[in-house]
Design a protein around this ligand. Structure first.
Ligand SMILES: CC(C)(C)CCc1c(C(=O)O)[nH]c(=O)[nH]c1=O
Length: 311
């Protein structure tokens, strides 16, 4: 039974990756992921310069997942670019370089630097980045997405993936797919956290994180149905050349199986990886293989995208 999968020219011996942002801000953390059963690692989304991020408490775990408003704490693009150039492709592991500028201009600046670098792996552009003041994040402003991709693909010739926020309306699924199908995007990664949730502690009668009055992105059990819906809706709408990475609510082999059924080629694990650490990759690989064996599947292609509907 094989958990291998391919995105563009990149072979992953195992479809499991960490999600950007969780236990992946330092080279020590990234090395640990590469030394685990994961098929590769994803770096914390980088900004051009290092950032401290928001004040703590900025992440809170709950019985159903977690809420965060980290504010992009990271060591800056050069730090991750150096790691990625050094480690990409070593012992068959892929390093995905995640970038999240605080403006469209910063995103273009970082993609230019990556284009000129010796990095030969996958770049993941985080579209949850802020837009011009007063407008929604880029991922929710389809004309802004079109503008970013038009200027990016005018010079960026390396494979580019896009981390998308969750969509909740069929017009949004149609709208983003219409834009993406016009560009040579290597993959899309759905979903990022569900934005601006609010967790309240009734004992203290208070919010649980400090930034943004307690509002933050949700991950974990809270988001799995939305994640599966986005993977499925985009699989049905995007041209086959665009692969899909499924992210959101994965904590077992069963959850991975569901994401692949909906069309995912790879999956990323965030919240649950934050709870369990790198042993999760071995556990989930084993659980998924057991499910595949039970059902008589040998490869992920045997069931990828084959979700049934009720006639
Ligand atoms: C929300 C942004 C700060 C604009 C991007 C970084 C990010 C963060 C973060 O660093 O706060 N948290 C998430 O759950 N997803 C993200 O994409």
């Amino acid at each position: 039974i094989s958990l291998a999968s391919q995105i563009g020219d990149y072979q992953f011996d195992n479809l499991l990756l960490n999600a950007a942002g969780v236990r992946c801000a330092s080279t020590d953390e990234l090395d640990k992921i590469l030394d685990s059963d994961a098929g590769g690692c994803v770096t914390k989304s980088a900004t051009p310069e290092p950032r401290k991020g928001n004040e703590s408490p900025r992440m809170k775990a709950t019985s159903m997942g977690c809420i965060n408003s980290m504010g992009l704490p990271n060591h800056g693009l050069d730090y991750y670019l150096k790691f990625a150039e050094t480690n990409q492709g070593k012992s068959g592991k892929q390093v995905v370089l995640s970038v999240a500028g605080l403006s469209i201009k910063q995103n273009i600046e970082m993609l230019k630097k990556i284009q000129e670098s010796s990095f030969a792996g996958l770049t993941e552009l985080n579209l949850s980045c802020p837009n011009i003041a007063g407008k929604s994040q880029v991922g929710y402003d389809f004309e802004a997405v079109r503008d970013v991709l038009t200027s990016a693909f005018s010079f960026f010739k390396k494979p580019l993936g896009l981390k998308l926020p969750p969509y909740f309306d069929f017009n949004q699924f149609d709208g983003i797919a219409e834009v993406l199908n016009d560009f040579p995007v290597t993959y899309i990664n759905s979903i990022n956290s569900i934005g601006n949730g609010l967790v309240v502690d009734p004992d203290t009668e208070s919010v649980v994180i400090k930034p943004k009055g307690g509002f933050g992105g949700l991950g974990g059990d809270y988001v799995k149905p939305t994640a599966l819906a986005n993977v499925r809706a985009l699989r049905l709408r995007l041209k086959p050349e665009i692969s899909i990475i499924g992210t959101g609510g994965i904590k077992s082999g069963k959850d991975v199986f569901e994401h692949v059924l909906c069309g995912a080629s790879l999956v990323q694990i965030g919240t649950a990886f934050g709870f369990d650490g790198t042993p999760i990759f071995e556990r989930i690989s084993k659980e998924l293989k057991e499910i595949m064996a039970e059902k008589g599947y040998h490869t992920l292609a045997d069931f990828r995208g084959k979700l049934k509907t009720i006639d």
